[in-house]
Design a protein around this ligand. Structure first.
Ligand code: HEC
Ligand code: HEC
Ligand code: HEC
Ligand code: HEC
Ligand code: HEC
Length: 446
């Protein structure tokens, strides 16, 4: 059963690749398929029920419905007049609603998103990833797809097994699925008009020690993100054990089944959809990402050092939308009575962090050195203070006072998905506050 489709599929992919190379100098050809060629995740879940329930309400499942994405995207689109900026602000659906994009609707953000076909509303789904046969470029979703003809003729589903013989669909081994590139093509985002690197998760991983030349030692995206399950954070600083089990409700047990929770730092949005498992897993992941230490050797002069090591993430800390994700240091000195004598990185009543907060992020510029909060206007990267994998950042704080006996100096590393300052600008019902997760803490009592 497996042999014939495998050969057919390989031939197909060779033709495609050759066609791509010829056309590569011009615009890469866009694939368009009839929407009926994609099979609903509910159908896949009929046999792969455990995998489906892991994926349900993941950020992949919610990529189109995510209210934070939707409202921020609509806000960033508002009032633009520059053609390049508009082109970027309209481009979101290619990754956030990918099945819609490849079946012809929506093609841009300002299309009527309430008219998107139900299957595309399901976001980044089974029959998108498992019909991928190639990647044309390592940014802006260069997946080449080879879907079947719908439920009556589901075609080949590509995956990690070379001995799979399912009855419903055909199956074939795909090296692509076992490597970071299948993720990297969407997890590297370039401004479509200005070429500015907006997200570089794949590139950060590619340059990291996790991308070992020895395939046995290499830790791919899947090695952390598709080994996590409740109680097993599977980060760079924790064990990433096999997950024995079966791929369907009736298949034989295998030594390892990759999990499909796709958990990152987002502990808010899955909860909005009633998920209790994934917010807890996101917190668990964040709590095993970094180490924190205090250096009080200069404390007599009022100086305190805080070091942060990215011990668990296979990319920068934070990664993804690096201008939006916030990882910062909160430092406090409190008296024996609990009164705060010094504080840094404490949000105000409006949820906004003070200007002098020590934060690890990317800042985009307008091409003339001025910071722009709207990624559609990003013509340059002004600064990038995010912490690279396995690297350590040192920051010195001037407390202005030297602590007395009985007082406590405490540092906390905190994570939040987006600045409240931006959320406060989005019109309509108040957005946020987003959950603040404590990634690590350390204290010193004098
Ligand atoms: C973002 C892409 C993506 C999505 C969405 C996705 N998968 Fe997967 N899946 C993968 C990758 C990649 C692997 C193999 C990982 C490896 O070998 O490193 C995999 C493995 C599998 C396997 C082999 C068994 C295992 O888990 O190891 C099955 C079966 C499977 N997926 C079914 C599904 C079903 C059903 C859905 C929808 C409910 C789904 N997948 C959604 C990427 C995806
Ligand atoms: C009627 C049951 C059934 C349905 C429905 C079903 N599958 Fe499968 N699938 C299987 C069985 C059985 C296997 C083999 C499991 C094994 O080998 O351990 C399998 C294996 C797979 C694999 C692994 C292939 C490989 O060679 O690595 C993938 C990927 C997969 N299915 C994806 C899907 C997707 C996507 C859908 C929905 C479009 C789907 N399946 C629907 C029964 C089903
Ligand atoms: C060594 C383990 C490891 C590897 C390998 C790894 N990650 Fe992560 N990932 C983490 C940890 C830990 C976090 C939580 C800390 C953070 O947000 O950076 C995370 C967070 C994320 C986030 C959420 C970003 C944020 O900051 O909110 C995304 C998206 C992500 N990873 C995608 C990827 C992709 C894509 C790859 C492969 C190119 C990958 N990861 C490889 C461990 C890993
Ligand atoms: C079709 C494009 C696409 C592919 C392929 C893809 N992703 Fe994603 N991924 C996204 C988008 C878009 C989001 C964010 C959705 C949102 O936040 O609204 C996301 C979210 C995530 C998150 C959650 C981030 C958070 O903040 O919590 C993780 C983890 C992740 N992806 C890992 C992976 C891994 C691992 C792979 C490869 C097996 C992969 N992705 C393949 C587009 C993709
Ligand atoms: C090339 C693929 C791609 C394109 C195009 C894309 N995104 Fe994303 N987007 C992602 C990935 C991957 C993530 C997850 C990264 C992370 O977790 O930090 C993400 C996450 C987000 C988030 C965070 C959502 C949350 O709940 O925290 C927002 C907001 C967002 N994108 C807005 C946009 C907007 C606006 C556009 C269009 C201007 C856009 N994206 C275009 C891949 C893409």
């Amino acid at each position: 059963m497996i042999r014939k489709p495998l050969v057919a599929a390989l031939t197909l992919s060779v033709i495609w690749t050759a066609g791509m190379a010829a056309a590569a100098e011009k615009a890469a050809p866009e694939q368009t398929f009839g929407v009926n060629r994609f099979i609903s995740p509910d159908t896949c879940g009929g046999c792969h029920s455990e995998i489906q329930s892991q994926w349900a309400n993941s950020m992949h499942n919610l990529s189109h419905k995510d209210p934070v994405y939707n409202r921020v995207a609509a806000f960033l689109r508002q009032g633009l007049t520059d053609a390049g900026e508009i082109q970027e602000a309209e481009s979101c659906v290619k990754c956030h609603t990918p099945v819609g994009y490849v079946t012809g609707f929506p093609k841009k953000l300002s299309d009527d998103l309430s008219a998107v076909p139900e299957i595309a509303v399901q976001g980044i789904q089974c029959d998108l990833c498992h019909t991928a046969v190639d990647v044309t470029k390592m940014y802006n979703n260069g997946l080449v797809l080879s879907p079947g003809q719908g439920e009556d003729d589901p075609g080949v589903k590509y995956g990690p097994f070379d001995d799979s013989e399912p009855d419903f669909h055909e199956a074939a081994y795909s090296k692509l699925h076992t490597e970071s590139g299948i993720c990297g093509t969407c997890h590297n985002v370039k401004h479509v008009a200005f070429g500015t690197d907006l997200e570089t998760t794949y590139t950060e991983w590619e340059k990291s020690p996790y991308n070992d030349a020895d395939p046995e030692k290499r830790v791919n995206c899947q090695g952390c993100h598709m080994r996590q399950r409740p109680g097993v954070p599977a980060t760079g600083s924790t064990e990433r054990p096999d997950n024995p089990g079966a791929a369907t409700d009736y298949s034989d047990e295998r030594p390892h089944i990759f999990t499909h929770y796709f958990v990152g730092g987002n502990s808010g949005v899955p909860g909005d959809f009633g998920d209790v498992e994934k917010p807890a897993m996101a917190q668990e992941r964040l709590k095993h990402a970094a180490e924190l230490a205090l250096d009080v050797s200069g404390i007599a002069g009022g100086k305190a050092g805080v070091t942060v090591t990215n011990s668990g993430a296979g990319h920068c800390l934070p990664t993804g939308v690096g201008d939006l994700r916030q990882v910062w240091i909160e430092l406090t000195l409190t008296g024996a009575d609990g009164k705060i004598l010094y504080g840094s990185g404490i949000p105000g009543p409006d949820g906004v962090l003070p200007e002098d907060t020590v934060i690890f992020n990317t800042v985009f510029g307008d091409g003339h050195g001025k910071a722009v909060p709207n990624l559609a206007k990003a013509r340059e990267i002004l600064s990038d203070s995010r912490i690279k994998p396995k690297e350590t950042a040192v920051r010195t704080f001037d407390l202005g006072i030297s602590p007395e006996r009985g007082q406590t100096l405490r540092a906390r590393l905190l994570y939040r998905g987006m600045p409240q300052k931006i959320l406060n600008m989005v019109p309509g019902e108040k957005l946020g506050p987003l959950p603040v997760v404590e990634m690590a803490r350390v204290s010193h009592i004098f």
